[in-house]
Design a binder for this molecule. Structure first.
Ligand SMILES: [Mn+2]
Length: 297
């Protein structure tokens, strides 16, 4: 779709003539919400994120210049049957030569994303920063092992070590998740921990843990945010992170070997203001800014 904007795609960072090898980032949309257990709509997020990305400026909030950062937008991978199509997503992520920025979709799309990252960085210590209201550790949910509530369970099976996983913002639990949460060694910082200790201190703890990893992938479910900041999501959970908390956490990852970001569960039809879409865009641009600052040093 051609749209008018004050800038071009991704705040002018998209280079239509670049291959992934030439660009710093690959953007890949995964427009699927068939495995969301409550309200759907996340399949429309990649299109809305791209649409409004033309209104972004190539600067971070602290005025980091992003114009030297380049994006190759690879479009979407259509998903009809996750059992088959998620194999393509895994292979695509595993074969990318640069830093992927993946646009969900419900959180189930992160199953092949995390498998793909595990494959790409085989033999290396892959840390996961998991920012979400939910731990998604269910073995099966709604009769599916590919449910959006089973993502981290499948990631552990793929070989991601529990002690290299930091969860931030969690505040909703299923019975089948409690044992793993309490005994696996996964590091959990609830939304209440963040409110009580402050994000700066929580982020320092997260940093100390992930500092030992060779590469780090960030999986961000927009429902980590309080519904007042991001109402357009399938299951809004009261008592969430503030938008400032999330930006502080991202900035605190400065200097760590960031290897990818997925932003999932933005459901544009559930938020007529589209503030939830803009929240996702801000998160993506501030992630890019962390890497831009590292390279400018
Ligand atoms: Mn969630």
């Amino acid at each position: 779709m051609t749209v008018e904007g004050t800038h071009n795609l991704w705040g002018d960072l998209h280079r239509p003539d670049f291959t992934p090898k030439q660009a710093d980032f690959s953007v890949l949309g995964l427009p699927y919400d068939g495995l969301a257990s409550a309200r759907k709509g996340a399949a429309l997020a990649p299109e809305r994120l791209r649409y409004w990305s033309r209104h972004l400026t190539p600067f971070s909030e602290d005025r980091t210049r992003l114009k030297d950062m380049t994006i190759c937008d690879l479009g979407d991978i259509p998903i009809n049957d996750p059992a088959l199509d998620y194999v393509l997503v895994r292979q695509k992520v595993a074969s990318l030569p640069n830093i992927p920025i993946l646009l969900g979709g419900d959180h189930s799309v992160s199953i092949p994303i995390l498998q793909g990252q595990r494959e790409r960085y085989a033999g290396q210590r892959l840390g996961i920063l998991w920012i979400d209201a939910h731990p998604d550790l269910c073995d099966e949910f709604d009769g599916s092992r590919l449910s959006h509530a089973s993502v981290m369970r499948r990631a552990l099976e793929a070989g991601i070590e529990p002690h290299d996983v930091c969860m931030v913002g969690v505040r909703s639990w299923e019975d089948q998740e409690i044992d793993l949460i309490e005994n696996s060694g996964i590091h959990v910082y609830t939304a209440a921990d963040v409110a009580e200790r402050g994000m700066r201190k929580v982020a320092d703890s997260v940093r100390n843990i992930l500092n030992d990893c060779d590469v780090i992938h960030i999986s961000l479910d927009i429902d980590c945010l309080d519904p007042s900041a991001a109402p357009g999501t399938g299951i809004p959970e009261f008592g969430g992170l503030t938008s400032r908390d999330v930006l502080t956490l991202l900035k605190s990852m400065q200097g760590l070997p960031l290897a990818g970001l997925d932003v999932v569960e933005i459901a544009p039809p559930l938020d007529p203001s589209e503030a939830t879409v803009f929240a996702g865009l801000k998160i993506i641009m501030e992630f890019i800014a962390v890497i831009a600052r590292d390279r400018q040093k």
